[in-house]
Design a protein around this ligand. Sequence first.
Ligand code: NAD
Length: 503
Amino acid sequence: MNVHSPHERRPLAQSTARRDAAHFIDGAFTTGTTGKSWQNLCPVDGSAIGTVPEGGEAEVDAAVKAARAALDGPWGSMSVTERTDLLGAVADEINRRFDDFLEAECLDTGKPMSLASHVDIPRGAANFKMFTDVAKTVATECFPMPTPDGAGALNYALRRPRGVIAVISPWNLPLLLMTWKVGPALALGNTVVVKPSEETPLTATLLGEVMNKVGVPRGVYNVVHGFGPDSAGEFLTRHPLVNGITFTGETRTGEAIMKQAAHGIRPVSFELGGKNPALVFADCDLDKAIEGTMRSVFSNCGQVCLGTERVYVERPLFETFVARLKQGAEALRLGRPEDPATGLGPLISKEHQGKVLSYYRKAVEEGATVVTGGGVPAMPAELAGGSWIEPTIWTGLSDDAACVTEEIFGPCCHIRPFDTEAEAIRLANGTPYGLAAAVWTENLSRAHRVASRLDVGICWVNSWFLRDLRTAFGGAKASGIGREGGVHSLEFYTEMTNVCVKL
Ligand code: NAD
């Protein structure tokens, strides 16, 4: 995880002047022509942050055509060095405007500033820096071959940009996850049209200012706001000039986008939902396991795709572990983003709060023992309009209960005992998802053995959310298609041509 040294910042409360979002198309901000818009609400207290225009087919078409023109024009003819220098400047400018991005992200999401200043915003900048390094060192294969006439032939591969990339992003880590796609796409020579989540429009809009400031040619980075079905999201993923779709979000949405991508046979890269397990063995370092599981269950109010919602604990440690995690959950302080003591912000919206609460009720109906939480906390009057939720722990559910098999995306987990390593592996692999897992053990052989048997894209041993951006990132089973990160991003963001030269 990246660390940004803390410094004096404006309290969020003093910077809540209205902020209207705008589309960013062909280097210019516009509210478009649909006449449709919605109010962007702050989840901390339900107050209106500003208006967001809803893009229609005309806005999407203009953005895609601008992206195509930039590709065929100045961006396409730039050298790798010119391109990566510009993207390095984008990273520097994000860091220079760190507080603007931080405030925008915390207004949109309500997450603690202590979290966003250590994770979301530094990673937003790092995503640009990292992929400039990848782009500068791309090498390709070369196969000399014999031919019947003895002269031989030479095969070599060229990697070309894929083209116009549609980036559809979610609300939980808005800048981080959006730039995780925009960074490699641009570094490898593509242009992008971004459809940010309707819940979090601000940092994508702000990034448009950064692009103009550092001189990224118009049309290279475009943003169209809107919703999914029958709105900007669907129009973008159906647009015939889009050459690839990279999406982060719910598995169900991925299914819809895959159908939309089928028109014109466009490739997809999907980072989808999870129901991630933590496996805690009796030989673990308990303090570390508790600290790691606290973060993996409750960080970002449980709204992290890689977060843990199922905890399996070896029986001798079970009672102690449950008691320690309960103690940790009950010590979490709910509060405003700018308060350094805040450990837990609100959920993203009232709608999501309703969904998480429906699981809290279902857990009780399914026979859970509620160890702690399970409802809506009493908050001070000025925060009563926010979408607050109690951190929650259950035990006693059956392995096929909805709360054990379905992604909830809230600050909650179910803890269940196990007796053998084989049983723990079977339980961990027992859902349709396969995004991430955490294994807590001091036994080196066990750690490697278990990691190799878990059907997931990312397995942490004695840690969680420790990310090296050069590594392959993605999910197994219903948690995704493809891998991104480091050189793995070449797979989706470039098209390969094999050149065969008869000598
Ligand atoms: P979501 O699927 O509801 O929305 C994501 C984006 O898709 C939004 O911008 C939305 O407007 C758009 N969209 C919705 N329907 C669409 C359609 N038919 N066509 C085109 N676009 C459409 O997801 P969310 O609620 O914003 O985010 C939470 C989900 O994201 C969770 O399931 C979480 O696990 C997942 N997620 C996964 C990863 C990962 O790396 N695997 C990372 C973060 C979040």
